[in-house]
Design a protein. Structure first.
Lengths: 327, 486, 283
């Protein structure tokens, strides 16, 4: 398939997954507000420093100045899709297009209740988009680029959430006597990844930082875990690399880089993770993911940016800026 | 099919003094419309509106929109679709078909001549400066052996009828004629929202167009067994993008932008996830000016550097050929009857509308004196822009156009206003006559193929003569009936 | 005369670039007054070099290098025999009238030579002079009126700007002369080529360090003849033609694009030399 189309498809998948992740953060704010005295904690959790209450929710849901807000993610996904409709099924396009059409003009911060139900609605539509992809697309190149984008984004998002609270979690792993607020905070981390219920089923109701990190980072069968995501990403990338090799071209370094990231979470035990330092471990994973994403772009999606061809340069810049803002 | 119904089927419909496609006289429906007229009377205004709405939703859901006012960042609109189809009998169509084929063949020979020996310019039939001074003339493409000798792979000629029902060719569109996607979509939507009317008639199908076009494109490949054909689009921000995507998908070919292609070793390649892939034929919806920054506009981001050279070497085919826009010039249009005579030795089957070419001093004087009765058009614009409708224009516009004609006579032509034919069209809750034209599409590969029907464009505002979609016009499904078996 | 030419074009980039596509007009061109005996075009790093003819009938080369590179070194070596010893002498056969295509090309305004009222006024006094004499007078006029100064104009400069500065290089001198000829309806075209500079006091002085530009005008008596306003001489066996067009825009020696983010530097070197013709074998 055309490199440009693959690139756009990859980014549609990333924006859709990102939208889902952001919607979960909005949920977290609802839970946390019910517990007083945690405001200083959850604002950084969602990446919104110096904001509080409804402002945070506005920032996450409707702020067009925030490139990662729900509205921005949906808009970006739809804009990219418009140019590559031939690469997806008409149901997928119609789902995204009608979601985009139904977004009201974001002018004011939504009051708490509205923002949460709005976020839930958007998440459901985005998940529906993913579901439609799963059931309407043949498992060839377009499918693999969508999967790749989805899993790369998910791995990155979960790693980021964990990293934002790495100090808290590292300290917590040493505590013998967790306090009430500690537990609330740890629960918040799980909720940010939509994983509180799953964790409870897996481990029982006791939230322990070490278990939590293991669950979200190293678990091989839970779909939100970084390991699961990286495994999925590697499977798709391997399939793409095989197609490229069959055509007589180099598969590129992204395969190895992503493989290295995956090896980290497959072969490191949870104790070792904390011994090495949680923050360092997570940062390393995030770096490898970013590197793999760039290498993937260079080989499959887009060559070096072009001077005077503003489209190429502008997009390369946009991609990098988006990544920086994540961190 | 009943004939000559004299019953008063649409009592309040007034054909007026124009040729009406459906009514020969008040209350007197033309034979081929009889069944349709009967159907119309069985519907209430609410029924019709429900169907109109269904059609609109269908277009919207598909994203069949275009940008208005040539503003790609502006609002998107669906092409207003009118439920009542326009019907053309088989006999009438046969003549139109022959006339269009004659026209396209002659234009193609003309282009071939201008880009090779220029024989016609050594006669005094058409002024050399007029032809070689046309904006669409591309000397960079002189002396190239185009495959099958074809320049005009896709042509959209606009037809109109006058007050006596005579068909005329209003203009020929040879650069990047658009609208054929609506032809296919209008048929599909009408079948969906009003299937009953199709049972009374045998209508020639139009959905084969994409396949026919693909055949033409494959036929002009520079000699590959299994040529790779692509459609080159300026991108999502182009007002006709929907059509580009529609055609590419219908033909099963890649939709590419300039940045997806590059030239290496005098061949065009596209960038794919598995590496580079050779391209043999480019169906381009990008104007000549933007095709190659090394040959034409250096600031173009829409083209491919080295494309012209590669094309000259016969290593890639571009359709329509570079330089075909020469015949798109309305001043050249005025000479088409001459061109038909010179290259084919025949009289034109379909007449031109009388045209005054401002470049000619006698014509220019006439235009300046009679401007209030004429339609003045810029020779290179389309979409209804750069046009003055004298009888409807205020004095300041008349003065402005007089000045333009004086300053740049080569840039303008004028035609008498035609009493364009009208067709019953839904207006709020009843049928009213609205002016229509017809744009059939003609394909030219190994032979010439005329799509049965085409785009009937309708001016939606009462009394308006402007049918272009960018200026608020709408469209109807166009039916060409199968010939009755003898 | 037998002349060898070596034309070296070097491009260097501050970082790796890919997909260089260059369109060149470096010849060879053969007509009634010159014959290219040998033509060699080499590119480093290894590139695809494909020859074709452009819309004006010039020999052109499309040069592409897809993989990453930082420099392009293009060298053209040619040996040419020039035969026009006396440009004043009319040809033996009466020149045929120009076809409509050529007449249009070389009488109409072109990208870098729009119609300029000031030039029409300057040319007007010569409108009724016999064309061959008129062009000589106009050539002389240009030579007097313009100062030869590099660094004032660029490859994009049109005649309007040249007049503002009253100075330029051979390309600008040629453009102005073409404009003057066209103003009085004498078909004129731009010639891109080389000039042999010698110690001989009658030989041309300027234009040897780079490729040179002059004008060919069509007159009923002499057909196409060359006029070099930079050196105020008629083109003769000292001039070697590479390509002709309406103006510089049609025939830049090289013009290209590349993909990458880098600064580009261009260096050009031209060397022309007269060589002895090989002695004729046999009688």
């Amino acid at each position: 398939m055309l490199s440009r189309v693959a690139d756009d498809l990859y980014w549609v998948a990333r924006y859709v997954e990102r939208g889902i992740a952001v919607s979960r953060l909005v949920d977290v704010t609802r839970h946390l507000e019910l517990d007083a005295g945690t405001e200083d904690f959850w604002a950084p959790l969602v990446g919104a420093i110096d904001l509080a209450g409804d402002d945070v929710r506005f920032y996450l849901t409707s702020d067009t100045m925030n490139p990662d807000s729900l509205v921005s993610c949906v808009r970006a996904a739809r804009t990219l899709s418009r140019g590559i409709r031939e690469a997806m099924s008409s149901e997928m396009w119609e789902e995204l297009n009608s979601l985009y059409g139904s977004l009201a003009a974001p002018t004011v911060a939504r009051p708490r209740g509205e923002a949460v139900s709005f976020a839930r609605l958007v998440r459901e539509r985005l998940q529906s988009f993913q579901g439609l992809a799963e059931s309407t697309l043949a498992r060839d190149e377009p499918w693999h680029f969508l999967e790749l984008g989805k899993f790369v984004e998910r791995a990155d998002d979960v790693a980021r959430v964990l990293n934002r609270q790495s100090h808290l979690l590292a300290a917590g792993s040493q505590t013998k006597d967790p306090t009430g607020p500690d537990v609330v905070r740890w629960l918040a981390v799980l909720r940010s990844c939509g994983s509180a219920e799953a964790y409870a089923r897996y481990y029982s109701l006791r939230v322990e930082p070490a278990r939590l990190v293991e669950f979200l980072l190293l678990n091989p069968i839970f779909p939100q875990s970084v390991r699961f995501s990286l495994t999925g990403a590697c499977l798709s990338l391997d399939a793409l690399a095989a197609l490229r090799s069959a055509a007589g071209n180099e598969p590129g370094p992204a395969v190895r880089t992503l493989g290295r990231a995956r090896a980290q979470v497959e072969l490191t035990a949870i104790d070792e993770v904390f011994e090495r330092g949680l923050e360092g471990f997570l940062s390393n994973i995030q770096e490898l993911i970013a590197q793999a994403s760039e290498e993937l772009s260079a080989t499959y999606l887009r060559d070096e940016p072009v001077p005077g061809r503003l489209v190429g340069v502008a997009r390369a810049t946009m991609i990098m800026a988006a990544q920086q803002q994540q961190q | 099919m009943t004939t000559g119904s004299r019953a008063s089927v649409l009592p309040s419909y007034a054909p007026g003094e124009f040729w009406d496609e459906m009514f020969a006289a008040p209350g007197q429906v033309r034979p081929h419309y009889a069944d349709l007229a009967r159907r119309l009377t069985t519907l209430s205004s609410a029924d019709v509106q429900k169907r109109q709405r269904a059609a609109e939703l269908s277009f919207q859901a598909q994203g069949i929109t275009f940008s208005v006012n040539q503003d790609p960042s502006g609002p998107e609109k669906t092409m207003p679709f009118d439920l009542v189809p326009r019907i053309v009998t088989a006999e009438e169509w046969t003549r139109i078909e022959r006339g269009l084929e004659q026209r396209v063949r002659a234009l193609n020979l003309f282009l071939h001549d201008i880009y090779h020996e220029q024989r016609i310019l050594r006669t005094d039939l058409i002024p050399a400066e007029l032809v070689l001074g046309a904006r669409g003339y591309r000397r960079e493409f002189r002396n190239v052996d185009v495959p099958l000798g074809v320049y005009t792979h896709v042509v959209g000629s606009d037809l109109v009828r006058d007050g006596r029902g005579t068909w005329f060719v209003l203009e020929d569109n040879l650069r990047v004629p658009s609208g054929v996607s609506y032809v296919v979509e209008n048929r599909r939507v009408l079948k969906r929202v009003w299937p009953q009317i199709f049972t009374d008639y045998r209508v020639r199908p139009v959905e084969g167009y994409p396949q026919d076009l693909l055949e033409v494109l494959r036929a002009v490949a520079p000699g590959s067994d299994d040529p790779t054909v692509v459609l080159l689009t300026p991108g999502v921000h182009n007002s006709a993008f929907f059509e580009h995507a529609f055609l590419a998908k219908s033909m099963g070919i890649d939709l590419v932008q300039g940045s997806d292609l590059f030239v290496d070793d005098a061949a065009v390649y596209m960038r794919t996830t598995r590496g580079r892939r050779r391209v043999d034929v480019i169906y381009r919806r990008v104007d000549d000016d933007f095709l190659d920054p090394l040959a034409f506009r250096a600031d173009s981001l829409l083209g491919v550097p080295g494309l012209l050279a590669t094309c000259r070497m016969g290593r890639v085919t571009v359709a329509n050929a570079i330089g075909t826009g020469l015949a798109d010039d309305k001043a050249i249009y005025a000479y088409v009857p001459t061109i038909i005579k010179y290259y084919l030795g025949e009289d034109e089957i379909l007449p031109n509308v009388k045209t005054y070419v401002a470049d000619d001093p006698t014509d220019r004087a006439y235009i300046l004196e009679h401007i209030a009765q004429l339609v003045v058009k810029s020779v290179n614009e389309s979409g209804g822009y750069g046009m003055l409708i004298g009888p409807h224009a205020p004095k300041k516009d008349l003065d402005a156009y007089r000045a333009r004609v004086r300053d740049d006579p080569r840039g303008y032509i004028a035609q008498p206003t035609l009493a364009l034919s009208r067709h019953p069209t839904w207006s709020v809750d009843h049928l009213e006559g609205r002016h229509v034209d017809l744009r059939p599409f003609i394909l030219f590969g190994r032979d010439v193929k005329v799509t049965p029907g085409g785009l009937t464009r309708v001016a939606l505002r009462s009394g308006s003569l402007v049918v272009n979609s960018s200026q608020g016009g709408g469209a109807k499904d166009t039916w060409v009936l199968e010939a009755e078996p003898c | 005369m037998r002349i060898t030419v070596e034309h070296r074009t070097q491009l260097s980039y501050s970082d790796d670039v890919v997909e260089s596509v260059m369109d060149s007009r470096l010849g060879p061109r053969t007509d009634e007054h010159q014959r290219w005996i040998s033509f060699d075009l080499r590119v480093e790093p290894t590139a695809s070099v494909r020859r074709y003819n452009d819309g004006f009938g010039n020999a052109a080369h499309l040069i592409t290098i897809a993989r990453p590179h930082r420099t392009i070194d293009l060298v053209m070596r040619g040996e040419i025999e020039t035969t026009l010893v006396d440009p004043f002498q009319p040809p033996r056969a009466r020149p045929t009238v120009l076809g409509p295509g050529d007449a249009m090309d070389f009488l109409s305004p072109s990208p870098l030579i729009p119609r300029v009222a000031e030039l029409a006024t300057m040319a007007e006094p010569f409108a009724r002079t016999p064309p061959f004499e008129a062009v000589q007078a106009l050539m002389h006029l240009v030579h007097e009126r313009l100062d030869y100064r590099p660094d004032v104009t660029t490859v994009e400069t049109s005649v309007t700007e040249v007049l503002t500065h009253s100075s330029g290089v051979c390309q600008d001198f040629a453009h102005v002369l073409v404009a003057l000829c066209r103003a009085i309806r004498i078909p004129a075209r731009y010639v891109s080529g080389y000039i042999l500079v010698g110690a001989d006091p009658d030989a041309p002085k300027r234009g040897a360090a780079a490729s040179h530009a002059w004008v060919e005008a069509f007159t009923p008596t002499h057909g196409w003849r060359g006029f070099d306003p930079t050196n105020d001489v008629l083109a003769s066996e000292h001039h070697v033609k590479m390509a002709i067009g309406r103006d510089y825009h049609d025939v830049p020696p090289t013009r290209g694009t590349f993909r990458g983010v880098a600064d580009e530097e261009l260096a050009v070197e031209v060397a022309t030399k007269e060589v002895a013709a090989p002695s004729p074998t046999g009688r």
